[in-house]
Ligand binder design. Structure first.
Ligand code: AMP
Length: 195
């Protein structure tokens, strides 16, 4: 499978996150998956892509051309895709990936994660979004989503696309066994039923 990984572009304070990124990279390579990610060797991004390459796996870096050449070329990759903007990068990653995994990260990671969830919600795609919940990093996010549902802003049945696990092996198992429902998000269904 082609799997995009979103993660922090800065070095984290906790070694646990670095170990989780390395372990995920090893599992992706062992499982024969192709990693798509934001390019560069910054923070956990470099850790996960380095681990995939060391494991003999295939890595596609997708990076906007406004970054400096130093950043763009900072990590060897199997294939480098230059795009014009952050928006184009997200579009490319969503179009070319079968699934997505978020590791702990900052607002860039959360932005990419929600871009996928919103695309699923709108029925624009039907692809699993996994959260690698190292040290409970995403607990407050899933609590927020429960609050959204309780207050009527979010339908947790959409959460069939969202998978949360503490380690890569069970997360990859869920992703590999996910059965997609093409263009079948709730908004798409609602629009169809009104047509
Ligand atoms: P953050 O979580 O805020 O550190 O942002 C990381 C995410 O945003 C990554 O998954 C990247 O796709 C993207 N990103 C942010 N900053 C950079 C950067 N300097 N180089 C490449 N990608 C970046």
């Amino acid at each position: 499978m082609n799997i995009s990984v979103f993660c922090g572009a800065t070095a984290p304070r906790k070694m646990e996150y670095v170990e989780a990124a390395r372990h995920l990279g090893e599992c992706l390579a062992k499982g024969g998956h192709t990693l798509l990610y934001g390019g560069s060797n910054l923070g956990l991004m470099g850790t996960v892509s380095g681990a995939v390459l060391e494991g003999g796996g295939h890595v596609v870096g997708v990076i906007p051309s406004f970054f400096s050449e130093e950043i763009i070329l900072s990590q060897p990759v199997s294939q480098l895709v230059r795009v014009a903007s952050m928006a184009e990068r997200k579009e490319y990653l969503i179009a070319h990936s079968d699934a997505f995994i978020a590791l702990p990260g900052g607002i860039g990671t959360i932005d990419e994660t929600f871009e996928v969830l919103v695309a699923n919600q709108l029925g624009l795609c039907s692809k699993p979004m996994g959260l690698l919940n190292t040290d409970g990093f995403f607990n407050s996010l899933t609590d927020m989503m429960r609050r959204m549902e309780a207050d009527g802003f979010y339908n947790l049945t959409d959460a069939r696309y969202l998978m949360v696990e503490e380690s890569p092996e069970p997360l990859l198992q869920l992703i590999e066994s996910f059965v997609p429902l093409p263009n079948d998000g709730p908004v798409a269904r609602r629009l169809r039923s009104k047509a």
